[in-house]
Design a protein around this ligand. Structure first.
Ligand SMILES: C[C@H](O)CC(=O)C(=O)O
Length: 276
């Protein structure tokens, strides 16, 4: 496999060595995730053609990592976030079982890669949604949901913030798939989310950001519905027990060592994370 420090070579789309370059790209990102490291210059290994290619690479890399998958994350679920994250619409990434835990949680800053705190809703599937030809209706997806919890996503990126490649490369890396801290359950989740849940993020008790479940495609259920059909079109089933992180309620806050983050979900409860 190419060493991460090798000098960059310009990619040559359509050249005979393209399959080898693709393989090298997949192995490089999978290895970076396994080692908890960041890499630079991956766009010199392989030229990503389009968003579909980026999505396929995300699936291949998640497979190559070899860890048990827990579910999926969704990102860029409103126009402001899409502008910020340089996407045309929502995007997704695989998440891994080893990085899901219950609140209250403690994470070491020196083990995190440019961590960003986000307040989200975690949807757990009670029944599987197999790949099929026909699109799933939103109600079918809602019926498959066993529980919804308030949660914190700690997004992480295998590229350094100061040298971020084009958004398709971020997509291939799982769009900052990181750590997932599950908090209290939303009893009667459908009614609660129809009404809207306000969220406040505090750092050491000080206000840091404000958002709402309505910031997630108008309703987080829409974002889960989008994911189910995105995966269905690629013949990827969702399994009972999969956890889907909805996308951020419009709060992206850099995590610092020594700080306590509290995500207050109005009428639901609080998710506490200490970064040490
Ligand atoms: C940087 C993150 O991928 C953003 C995200 O998770 C979200 O939009 O939600």
């Amino acid at each position: 496999m190419r060493q991460l420090t090798d000098p960059a070579r310009p990619p040559d789309p359509g050249s005979p060595d393209e399959p080898a370059r693709r393989r090298e790209f997949v192995q490089t990102l999978a290895q970076a995730r396994r080692l908890g490291r960041q890499v630079e210059g991956v766009d010199a290994i392989y030229a990503i053609d389009d968003e579909e290619d980026a999505f396929r690479l995300m699936l291949e890399i998640a497979q190559e990592v070899g860890w048990e998958r827990q579910g999926w994350k969704i990102a860029a679920t409103n126009p402001a976030l899409q502008r910020k994250l340089r996407t045309q619409g929502p995007v997704c990434g695989a998440t891994f079982r080893r990085f899901h835990q219950q609140a209250p949680a403690v994470l070491r800053r020196d083990e995190l890669l440019d961590p960003v705190i986000e307040c989200e809703f975690f949807f757990t599937l009670g029944t599987s949604l197999p790949a099929r030809a026909a699109a799933y209706a939103e109600d079918e997806v809602a019926q498959a949901i066993a529980a919804v919890h308030a949660g914190i996503e700690v997004a992480e990126c295998r590229y350094p913030r100061k040298a971020l490649p084009a958004a398709w490369y971020v997509y291939a890396d799982g769009f900052a798939s990181g750590r997932y801290i599950q908090g209290p359950e939303l009893s009667g989740w459908r009614v609660r989310l129809d009404q809207g849940v306000d969220v406040t993020l505090r750092r050491n008790g000080q206000w840091l950001g404000q958002g709402s479940s309505h910031d997630v495609m108008g309703h987080p259920m829409r974002s889960v519905h989008w994911l189910v059909n995105r995966l269905r079109a690629a013949q990827v089933p969702l399994r009972a027990g999969d956890v889907v992180s909805s996308g951020s309620c419009n709060i992206l806050a850099a995590a610092r060592a020594g700080d306590r983050y509290t995500a207050e979900f109005d009428g639901v409860g609080t998710v506490v994370l200490d970064v040490v």
